[in-house]
Design a protein around this ligand. Structure first.
Ligand SMILES: Nc1ncnc2c1ncn2[C@@H]1O[C@H](COP(=O)(O)OP(=O)(O)OP(=O)(O)O)[C@@H](O)[C@H]1O
Ligand SMILES: [Mg+2]
Length: 369
């Protein structure tokens, strides 16, 4: 099996870098996801790895083989890279049936017909498409079409599988199924895979490692757990899930330790860690991950207390918007023991649901230092 190493990739369109100094490694047999908002450079990065785009700088290595090097002017053509690809739009041939679609990459290799048949039938089985081999491609559902595309990408036993938002045209339920199926097939085949998505939950489900991109650059890389639990920037935290912001100021306790005091609420204080050099009275932003915040009836004074501003029934649970000082915080509760609008409630959350960042002005300064 083969690892992929991308070093210092850069691509300019006009004067603007679409991809800027991107480096990462994909361990042999694992799935790495490029995650980021529209236009951040995911597809351009993948196209350079596939050989469909030439980088202005950088190198791509598959195993110990350099397939692209801008410095050496080296560019192995896409069909010589041993890579399988699936893109967002269904890239199957409408004039061919399922069998012929999957067999297509093998036809050029002059393999004996019996061997082709064997490989295609095995692939059909592992994708749950057995019995559909002579179905014309246009008569398949969206999910089936993407499975055929996946089969065609895998049948030639590539070293590398590249997937660019392959499930984004499917409805939510099919998408969920395909995510789990892809993990299974990928693990079985053991092919080193790069997956692109702008959907954070898809990245969490599928990936061994996630690379978060913004504006052409990598902002964080790590396991799904690490980037979710320890986002390195506000951008990453906001991108990975619903968050609410609360303004606060740094206060110094008598013992010299620093805490963030929520603006307009006297008794809410959160301890500050040593990640920044906090100064007394500096503005900070508390970011609270909504999914981890629970609403319960207020008992006693103090803590995160507020009034219910609104309530939405979600079937499995109830979503609230709670006013705490001037902040509006989304939080959840069960579908029993409902709290009415105006009720005084308490917000509970684990310590890792909250992150504290310097306010924008301060953040700029910290970055320059
Ligand atoms: N051929 C091209 N010519 C000029 N600009 C391009 C070209 N291809 C991409 N770009 C620009 O490069 C940037 C990165 O595009 P890219 O397609 O890589 O983003 P993406 O992260 O895949 O976005 P999306 O999630 O919308 O697919 C964008 O600003 C895009 O407009
Ligand atoms: Mg794209």
């Amino acid at each position: 099996m083969t690892a992929i190493r991308v070093t210092g990739l850069r691509k300019l369109f006009g004067a603007v870098p679409a991809v800027d100094d991107v480096s990462f490694e994909v361990e042999s047999g694992s799935i790495l996801t490029l995650l980021g908002p529209s236009g951040c450079g995911k597809t351009t990065t993948l196209r350079m790895i596939a050989g469909l785009e030439r980088p202005d700088a950088g190198e791509v290595r598959v195993g110990d083989r350099v397939v692209t090097s801008a410095k050496e002017g080296l560019h192995v053509p896409p069909d010589k890279r041993r890579m399988g690809m699936v893109f967002q739009s269904y890239a199957i041939w409408p004039h061919m049936n399922v069998f012929e679609n999957i067999a297509f990459p093998l036809r050029g290799k002059r393999l004996p017909a019996a061997e082709i048949r064997e490989k295609v039938m095995t692939m059909l089985q592992s994708l749950g498409l057995e019995g559909l081999h002579d179905r014309p491609a246009p008569l398949l559902s969206g999910g089936q079409q993407q499975r055929v595309a996946l089969g065609r990408a895998l049948v030639g036993e590539p070293d590398v599988l590249l997937l660019d938002e392959p499930f984004s045209n499917l409805d939510a339920r099919r998408r969920d199924e395909m995510r789990f199926e892809l993990r299974e097939v990928q693990a079985r085949v053991g092919v080193t895979t790069i997956f692109i998505t702008h959907d954070q939950s898809e990245a969490m489900i599928l990936s061994d490692r996630v690379v978060v991109m913004n504006a052409g650059r990598i902002v964080q890389e790590g396991t799904p757990e690490a980037i979710y639990q320890r986002p390195s920037t506000q951008f990453v935290m906001e991108f990975l899930g619903q968050v609410d912001q609360v303004s606060a100021r740094v206060a110094t306790a008598p013992d010299g330790s620093s805490r963030a005091r929520v603006v307009g609420v006297d008794d809410i204080e959160v301890p500050l860690d040593g990640s920044h050099s906090w100064r007394h009275d500096d503005e900070v932003v508390l970011m609270l991950r909504s999914a981890a915040v629970q609403v319960r009836a207020a008992n006693g004074a103090g803590g995160w207390r507020g009034r219910v501003l609104s309530r939405i029934y979600l079937g499995e649970r109830t979503e609230y918007v709670v006013g705490v000082g001037t902040a509006r915080i989304r939080a959840f509760g069960p579908t029993t023991d409902l709290h009415d609008e105006g009720a005084l409630v308490q917000l509970d959350f684990p310590p890792d649901a909250i992150r504290i960042w310097p306010a924008a002005r301060l953040a700029e300064k910290t970055r320059e230092e």
